[in-house]
Ligand binder design. Structure first.
Ligand SMILES: Cc1cc2nc3c(=O)[nH]c(=O)nc-3n(C[C@H](O)[C@H](O)[C@H](O)COP(=O)(O)OP(=O)(O)OC[C@H]3O[C@@H](n4cnc5c(N)ncnc54)[C@H](O)[C@@H]3O)c2cc1C
Length: 435
C-alpha cells in the first residue's frame, strides 16, 4: 500500500511515523518548502498527544528539549488570579504536557522520519498543485515553487492532505469554501530569554479574549541553566477598520504594534511590556479557523491536522489533535480490510471528535473564565468566589479536557491506539512492526 503524505509539518511527519509503527512503510512525504526548516515559536503538546509520541518512541527526545508544564493559571487584566490547576504529571497523567519550540518539535519528528523511513522518503520543494483519482489509484502532481518548475508526479493508493490551514487538497475537495474565518483578533508571538516566573513551568493566560496574553517557557536547555526561554502570544482585537493580517508564519510585525495594547499590562511576577520589547522577532498571524466539514472521506483521499480542522489556538490543541488523527488513521489502515473502509472509519472517529474541539475553542475553551470575569467584574474583584464559583470554574476545566480527549482518568486507562497493542490483529501490509 503506497501512501502519499502531502505536507511535512507536525501532522504529516507524525503520520509518517505512525504508519511506520503500524507496519506500513511504503510512505512518501511531499513538502512544499525547499527544506524542512525548524520554524515557529512555542507550541503545546498535551498529554493525549505525548502519549502517542511516547508510544512512537519519541518521549526522551521530546523531554530533552521541551518543558513539562506543571500548572495552568488564569489571571485577570488587573493581575488577579482567577484559576490554577496542575497539569501533566503533576495532575496525575501518566504522560507529561510539553511546552516546546515548534521548530524543535518538528526537528524531533523529522529526524525520526529520516532514520526510520530513510531520507529518500521525504521530498522537499514538492508543492502539490493537482491531484485526482483514477482506476482505484490516486495521483498527484507537484511543482517546485522556488524554481517555478514541475517537480514530479506520484501515483499512490492513498493521498493524505496534511498541508495545513491553506490546504490545496481541502480546497480541491471543497472548492466553494473560501478563506478561513477570522475572528478579528491579531496574534503577535515572540520569545525572550528571561528569569523563570511562578513555578518556572507555568502556562499563564491573562486578560480576556480580544486583549489577552498567553505565556509559557519552552526550553529545557535554558531551564537547566536556571533561565527560561519565555514564549508569549499577545492577542488583540484589531478588526475595526483594519484588513486581515497576512496568514503565514514568516510575516513579522513591528514591536510597537504588539506593544500598544499591552503597554499597561503587568504582573508582580512578570514584566509584560519588557517581554514584548525584548523579542528579537515578532511573528504576526490572524486568529482563524474553519467550520467543521461534512466529511473527510473521499475514498482514496483524505485530510489530517490543520487541513482537516484548523482551530483557534485556545487550549493548545492544534498539534495534539493532528497527532491523534495520525495515530487513528494509521491504525485503521493497518487493521481495516480496505483503504476505503479505513478512511471511512478514520472519518467517523476523528471528524466529530476534532469538530467538537473547534467549536469549544470558538467559545473560549478552558480560557472561558477570563471572559466571565471580564463580563462580570471589569473593575476587579475582592474575592474570585464573588464573581464565579469554584464549581463553575471546575466544570469549564473538566468539560474541556473531556472534549479534547485528555480527561486524566480516561486517557490514563484507555487502550493504546498502537496496532502492536491491538491483540489478535496483524498489520495489513504483513510487515512485522519493529520492537
Ligand atoms: C512554518 C510554520 C510555523 C508555525 N509556527 C507555529 C507556532 O509557533 N505556534 C503554533 O501554535 N503553531 C504554529 N504553526 C501551526 C502548527 O504547526 C499547526 O497548527 C499544527 O501543528 C497542526 O499541524 P499540521 O501539520 O496540520 O499543519 P502545519 O504544521 O501548518 O504543516 C503543514 C505543512 O504543509 C506544507 N504545505 C502546505 N501546502 C502544501 C502543498 N500544497 N504541498 C505540499 N506541502 C504543503 C507546509 O509547508 C507545512 O510544512 C506553524 C505552522 C507552520 C507551517
Amino acid at each position: 500500500m503506497k501512501i502519499a503524505i502531502v505536507g511535512g509539518g507536525i501532522g504529516g511527519m507524525a503520520l509518517a511515523l505512525a504508519l511506520h509503527d503500524a507496519g506500513l512503510d511504503d510512505v512518501e512525504v511531499f513538502e512544499s518548502a525547499p527544506a524542512v526548516k525548524e520554524l515557529g515559536v512555542g507550541i503545546n503538546v498535551m498529554p493525549h498527544a505525548v502519549r502517542e509520541l511516547a508510544e512512537l518512541g519519541l518521549l526522551d527526545d521530546l523531554t530533552a528539549v521541551g518543558v513539562p508544564t506543571t500548572e495552568f493559571v488564569l489571571y485577570s487584566k488587573h493581575g488577579q488570579r482567577i484559576w490554577g490547576e496542575p497539569r501533566g504529571l503533576a495532575a496525575g497523567y501518566r504522560w507529561p504536557q510539553l511546552a516546546i519550540h515548534r521548530g524543535e518539535l518538528l526537528g524531533v519528528l523529522h529526524r525520526a522520519v529520516l532514520e526510520r523511513l530513510g531520507p529518500a522518503r521525504v521530498h522537499t520543494g514538492h508543492h502539490l498543485a493537482r491531484f485526482g483519482q483514477q482506476d482505484g489509484k490516486v495521483w498527484g502532481e507537484f511543482i517546485d515553487r522556488q524554481r517555478g518548475a514541475a517537480a514530479g508526479r506520484v501515483e499512490a493508493d492513498l493521498l493524505v492532505g496534511c498541508d495545513g490551514v491553506h490546504s490545496v487538497v481541502r480546497q480541491a475537495l471543497y472548492p466553494n469554501e473560501g478563506p478561513p474565518n477570522w475572528n478579528g483578533i491579531t496574534m503577535w508571538r515572540g520569545v525572550i530569554e528571561g528569569k523563570p516566573y511562578l513555578t518556572g513551568r507555568s502556562m499563564l493566560m491573562a486578560g480576556y479574549s480580544g486583549r489577552q496574553l498567553v505565556v509559557y517557557p519552552i526550553s529545557k536547555r535554558l531551564e537547566d541553566q536556571g533561565r527560561a526561554l519565555i514564549n508569549w502570544v499577545a492577542e488583540f482585537k484589531t478588526a475595526d477598520g483594519r484588513p486581515m493580517p497576512m496568514q503565514d508564519w514568516v510575516h513579522t510585525a513591528r514591536h510597537e504594534d504588539a506593544l500598544a495594547p499591552f503597554a499597561t499590562f503587568g504582573f508582580a511576577f512578570l514584566d509584560v511590556p519588557a517581554l514584548i520589547r525584548g523579542a528579537a522577532a515578532i511573528y504576526q498571524y490572524p486568529m482563524v479557523d474553519r467550520d467543521p466539514l461534512p466529511t473527510w472521506d473521499f475514498g482514496r483521499v483524505t485530510l489530517l491536522g490543520d487541513a482537516a480542522h484548523p482551530m483557534y489556538p485556545v487550549g493548545g490543541n492544534g498539534a495534539s489533535q493532528a497527532t491523534l488523527d495520525a495515530r487513528v488513521l494509521a491504525r485503521e489502515l493497518a487493521l481495516q480490510p480496505s483503504i476505503e473502509a479505513a478512511v471511512a472509519a478514520y472519518d467517523a472517529e476523528r471528524r466529530p471528535a476534532s469538530a467538537a474541539v473547534v467549536l469549544t475553542n470558538r467559545a473560549g475553551g478552558p480560557e472561558r473564565p477570563l471572559d466571565l470575569v471580564e463580563e462580570r467584574a471589569p473593575d476587579g474583584f475582592a474575592h474570585i468566589d464573588d464573581v464565579v464559583s469554584q464549581e463553575e470554574l471546575e466544570e469549564i476545566a473538566t468539560a474541556y479536557k473531556r472534549t479534547a480527549g485528555f480527561d486524566p482518568e480516561t486517557l490514563n486507562n484507555r487502550p493504546s491506539l498502537s496496532v502492536r497493542a491491538a491483540s489478535g490483529h496483524l498489520p495489513r501490509a504483513g510487515t512485522a512492526p519493529p520492537g
